[in-house]
Design a protein around this ligand. Structure first.
Ligand code: ATP
Ligand code: MG
Length: 440
């Protein structure tokens, strides 16, 4: 992508409305724009990051055996009347009437709709287990939308829903998502700790919130500090192994970890004082097992091996991609801007032409840009005629992991400078070596 043809509206000044660093940097880097309170457009740079986050989430959901579909944002109130949640949900639900005066709503979550899909076509235990997910916008009319997309009214959620014949089978489905979440957050460059959680309006019995420790987090959390260094389940984790996944779950729940709603002071005080971590955190995921809470009122049942009908045991599993993007920034930035983990960076490399219009600089940059693009890298080429200082500041602000800097003096020697955004380390190497580093 040539910056001169891109749309990346950088702000020079710090936006006054932004209280936390991620919100400030997302606005300054031209990633998002508020359209009305708590409702955001994702501008091209932000969209790139969001897409990369979603791709990792999707990959890990698929690995764990979940199947993607897409459900609509607008739902009929009828389904929610069946489950009894239409009245119970309260003011967070945006209620709408269509032209025939039929009550509709902008979905805050999808348990009812997915249960309806399930009951319309699954009739036998032989079709279980089943886990269906989508990545879709949600709307919750939050009392206090704030911190940009961290707590917005319209936001994106990956929500998965599992269906099983028995409680034991449902627990295995829960453990699959538990392990998938550990892997997902790790690949996003984050350390998320599963904590015992309240089930809230989703309802249910077994529930964990995945929390990233951050001073700006809205949750108050308490946990054993060893979680910070626990091993993440590997790429070859067997998601069909009941014992294997149970062992992962047992290990990751063996020490104290709870949010303030579930906090047990006495149990926490039993943790040796030096191992206690009491901190603030950002909830990036939340998983629930809730048994037959929806399948019973909505009549979602299958025939079991005993020939009888059984209400299915369900769970639901949410991750907030539009919250994860600022959460990653909270965890990874410096005074100059964002520092993206490579896995979600909007571009892999930015090529900075320090003197656009200078033939040698132009030729060198074009050569590198073409070679890296051909090798499948996402390359941003700063070909604008801004001052070099402005270009450096922009490259640091938007947090692309590697900068290749081509200035007249180095280029005259057949060289460019390569800068690592995170460490700030710079080295001067030949143009060929710079290309080979990414192509090889
Ligand atoms: P919170 O406690 O932060 O209000 P919640 O418990 O109501 O969230 P869930 O129903 O568990 O949220 O939703 C699953 C995930 O969706 C959350 O873990 C979070 O990542 C994301 N999420 C929920 N509400 C919002 C919001 N208003 N803005 C952005 N992301 C959200
Ligand atoms: Mg929650």
């Amino acid at each position: 992508m040539r910056l001169s043809r891109y749309f990346m509206p950088i702000l020079k000044e710090n936006p006054k409305e932004a209280e936390i660093v991620s919100h400030r940097l997302m606005l300054r880097a031209g990633m998002i724009r508020q359209q009305s309170q708590g409702i955001y457009s994702w501008l091209p740079l932000g969209k790139r990051v969001l897409d990369k986050v979603n791709a990792i989430i999707r990959d890990e959901q698929n690995r764990a055996g979940a199947i993607e579909l897409s459900m609509p944002t607008l739902q009929s109130a009828e389904l929610w009347q069946e489950s009894g949640r239409y009245d119970a949900y309260g003011k967070e639900m945006l209620r709408i009437k269509d032209r025939q005066d039929r009550p509709m709503l902008y979905g805050p979550t999808n348990e009812e709709m997915v249960t309806d899909i399930f009951r319309s076509s699954v009739k036998s235990y032989k079709d279980l287990p089943l886990n269906l997910y989508h990545i879709q916008l949600k709307f919750r009319d939050e009392i206090r939308p704030r911190f940009g997309t961290m707590r917005s009214r319209e936001f994106m959620m990956k929500d998965a829903y599992s269906f099983d014949l028995t409680r034991e089978a449902a627990e295995h489905s829960y453990n699959k998502m538990f392990a998938a979440y550990l892997r997902t957050f790790d690949r996003l460059g984050l350390r998320a700790i599963p904590m015992r959680a309240d089930t809230g309006p989703i309802g249910g019995k077994l529930s964990h919130e995945f929390i990233i420790l951050a001073d700006t987090g809205e949750s108050e959390v308490f946990c054993h500090k060893d979680f910070v260094d626990f091993d993440i389940p590997g790429e070859h984790t067997d998601f069909d192994s009941v014992e294997g996944l149970q062992a992962i779950f047992d290990k990751w729940t063996s020490l104290y970890a709870a949010t303030s709603e579930m906090h047990d002071e006495a149990a926490f005080n039993a943790v040796p004082e030096g191992d206690r971590l009491s901190a603030r955190g950002i909830e990036v995921g939340h998983i629930f097992y809730f048994g037959t809470k929806y399948s019973e009122p909505m009549g979602a049942k299958v025939q079991g091996p005993d020939g009888k009908e059984h209400f299915v045991h369900m769970g639901s599993y949410g991750i907030g991609p539009t919250r994860l993007v600022p959460a990653i920034i909270e965890a990874s930035h410096d005074d100059n801007g964002i520092i993206w983990p490579a896995s979600v960076a909007p571009f892999d490399v930015v090529v900075i032409n320090m003197k656009a219009g200078d033939q040698a600089c132009d030729d060198t940059c074009e050569l590198i840009y073409a070679a890296l693009s051909k090798a499948g890298k996402d390359v941003l080429y700063d070909d604008t005629d801004d001052r070099a200082g402005t270009k450096f500041a922009t490259a640091d602000l938007i947090g692309v992991p590697v900068q290749i800097i081509a200035g007249p003096r180095a280029v005259a020697n057949g060289e460019v400078e390569v800068k690592d955004r995170k460490t700030g380390a710079r080295e001067t190497i030949t143009i060929e070596a710079a290309i080979n580093r990414f192509v090889a």
